[in-house]
Design a protein around this ligand. Structure first.
Ligand SMILES: Cc1ncc(C[n+]2csc(CCOP(=O)(O)OP(=O)(O)O)c2C)c(N)n1
Length: 564
């Protein structure tokens, strides 16, 4: 008697979920769509993958990006065709500029409908060509394993970044008996500096009198932070953080020289300019770090420049370095440490390092509080009470100056902030942080403009009872743009004022706790109540719009610009 041989088959969607499980994916941020129903269905059989169902794809993509920053593994985002993909592009761009591993899965029209501009059809290769590291369509379930494996490798390798995989609807329901083979969790191949490179770097460092390291970019780790701290102490070299990479180095470490970002400490800028040896460690030293490409001459720097970057094509792109090392910063620091401490104690440089550190502390000390609600005192209070491992998130706006300049970042991944300068990032990033690392305190700062770009993700925070504290700094305007207006077109206010909801009431209507703070002395108690609450809370700070930066007023800016 012939025995029936049962051939196991999986659909394309089931293959995809199988591949994600093999990669130990534990979180997926999504907005559902009918174009990938089969994946949603397959996910019901994979409870190991927690779903965070978001309210807008931009928020979902930002959450996935923040997950990538937090874990070093690709953040997974799933969205529907054209409308979903276009919304998600906001988060994809952050992953690009911030060098964060991320994979965006997008529904696609059925294979036999392609190229007709079918419903919501988009050519993702053309659309995301410049932003993603790799864009592809999975044309058959048989190739799912290969494509997903490649997506993970590409997202994490070299300069990490986003990958887009489109999923034709009919492919997702097609059965295949080509079951995905069991693959190991993807680990990117890691380049290492050569022995000669290391010796050249150390020889230059041994003889430099005022060197500077600027650390930044992607693919950093907590071990790398500790290694760099040891290396900086051993070799007596000051370390500055690049824009929004302040948690790459303990800000209380005696070798910390501050951050090279927007509104750089002028004395740090001067030290970078006059450094005899400048080591760019993982950072591209792009427009924001370089004060608009003004700190290093292009293409021939005056400093003896060493550029360490994981992608060889970035080295020499803007600055022609004396030495380029095409390896990740983390591996380079580990290899440098293995070379041992300097044979001669760099005693003369210790005073120079101390001066850099003193300059940083002077710059980071809070100014005199101004107005009925003094941001300086709010920040001073938070600086005192926030635990060292609190995760602080923000988007873009003048309020971020308070967050960047006056808070201490001590441990790696305590700062989630878009190097890309994207407004609206703070809240989705905070939701992702609370979902990824429950138990850590998560604080989201947002301006009134910034908050409402992705404020609807408060509903997501409530849905998952994400324990996070939002602080909305409300000055009734797009303050940064107003500041630039007053500098460039003094007194001519255009398109920068805002009419806002009552943020505390808005938060309460979502199911959060909400409070409005109008006076300095109200803040500490409001903060205690927010922290005591288990779940999302929001405090709106109504600040004086005239106080446009920690040290400048609108009138002051206007008068200064009118005199020019
Ligand atoms: C998505 C996005 N849109 C526009 C901008 C340009 N932009 C930068 S800061 C800013 C204003 C931010 O306003 P708000 O959040 O209220 O903060 P404030 O500057 O008032 O402190 C704008 C519009 C941007 N960076 N990102």
């Amino acid at each position: 008697m012939n025995e029936m041989i049962k051939i196991e088959t999986l659909t394309g969607a089931q293959c995809l979920v199988d591949c994600l499980l093999q990669q130990e994916v534990d979180q997926c941020f999504l907005v559902p769509g009918e174009s990938y129903l089969a994946v949603l269905d397959a996910l019901t059989d994979a409870p190991q993958i927690e779903l965070t169902v978001c309210r807008q794809e931009g928020g979902a993509a930002m959450m996935a990006e923040a997950y990538g920053k937090l874990t070093g593994r690709p953040g997974i985002c799933m969205v529907t065709r054209g409308p979903g993909a276009t919304n998600a592009s906001a988060g994809l761009h952050i992953a690009r500029q911030d060098a964060t591993p991320m994979i965006l899965f997008v529904g696609q029209v059925a294979r036999d409908m392609r190229e007709r501009e079918a419903f919501q059809e988009i050519d993702y290769r053309r659309m995301f060509g410049q932003v993603a590291k790799w864009v592809a369509e999975v044309d058959s379930p048989q190739r799912m394993s290969e494509m997903v494996s490649r997506a993970f490798h590409v997202a994490m390798s070299g300069r990490p970044g986003p990958v887009v995989l489109a999923l034709p609807e009919d492919m997702l329901v097609e059965p295949t008996d080509a079951i995905p083979p069991k693959l190991a969790v993807a680990r990117p191949a890691v380049a290492a500096p050569t022995g000669t490179d290391l010796q050249v770097l150390l020889a230059k460092l041994a003889t430099a009198s005022n060197p500077m390291i600027v650390v930044g970019g992607g693919a950093w780790t907590d071990k790398a932070r500790q290694d760099l701290q040891t290396f900086a102490s051993d070799w007596a070299v000051p370390v500055a953080a690049s824009f929004r990479c302040q948690d790459f180095f303990d800000n209380t470490h005696p070798c910390y020289a501050g951050d090279a970002g927007i509104g750089i400490n002028p004395s740090l800028a001067a030290r970078i300019r006059s450094a005899d040896l400048l080591i760019l460690l993982g950072t591209r030293f792009s427009e924001m770090e370089s004060s608009g490409y003004n700190l290093i001459q292009i293409p021939k720097p005056e400093q003896d420049l060493i550029h360490v970057y994981p992608d060889p094509e970035e080295i020499g792109r803007v600055y022609a370095p004396a030495l380029g090392i095409a390896a990740p910063a983390a591996e380079t620091v580990a290899a440098l440490l293995e070379c041992g401490p300097p044979t001669d104690e760099p005693g003369e440089r210790r005073a120079y390092v101390a001066t850099c550190n003193t300059d940083y502390h002077a710059w980071a000390s809070l100014p005199e509080g101004q107005g009925d609600l003094a941001m300086a005192e709010v920040m001073g209070h938070l600086k005192d009470v926030l635990p060292d491992d609190a995760i602080v998130t923000n988007g873009a706006g003048n309020y971020t100056v308070w967050v960047h300049r006056f808070l201490n970042y001590r441990q790696f991944r305590t700062q989630l902030a878009p190097i890309s300068g994207s407004m609206g990032y703070g809240l989705p990033a905070a939701v992702a942080a609370a979902r990824t690392w429950p138990g850590r305190q998560v604080v989201c700062f947002a301006g009134d403009g910034c908050f409402l770009m992705h404020g609807q993700e408060l509903a997501t925070a409530v849905k998952y009872n994400a324990d996070l504290n939002v602080i909305v700094v409300n000055n009734g305007m797009y303050g940064t743009i107003r500041m630039h207006q007053e500098r460039n077109y003094p007194g001519r206010v255009s398109a920068t004022d805002l009419v806002n909801p009552d943020f505390a009431m808005l938060a309460e209507s979502y199911g959060c706790t909400g409070e409005t703070v109008t006076r300095t002395e109200q803040f500490a108690a409001a903060w205690d109540r927010a922290c005591a609450y288990s779940g999302p809370s929001l405090i709106e700070l109504r600040v004086d719009p005239e106080l446009i930066t920690p040290t400048q007023t609108i009138q002051g800016l206007r008068h200064a610009s009118q005199k020019q």
